[in-house]
Design a protein around this ligand. Sequence first.
Ligand SMILES: [Zn+2]
Length: 98
Amino acid sequence: MSAAVCAAPGCDNAVVRRPGRRGRPPIYCSPGCRPSRRRSVLGVEAEPSEAGDVAGRDWEVRLRRGPRAVVVQRGLGRFSATALAADIQTLLTGKATS
Ligand SMILES: [Zn+2]
């Protein structure tokens, strides 16, 4: 297995290439990073905030469409952030994730 970096601008996730698989090797880390999907799909993400300095409550929830993102809320704990993101995801897709 060899790893490369995702070809989408602003994304530095690793892309795992499996030898022996047929077809072109993937250059994006996920379907959401493909240019054809990237512009139109509205997604939600919960991640530790880069600016966070309060221990344990430094997560933020963002809405993202392609390279643009809007912070919905900052200063959350990890559990609150992932729960909020899941609620928003359910709202966006109309179906429960769990
Ligand atoms: Zn990517």
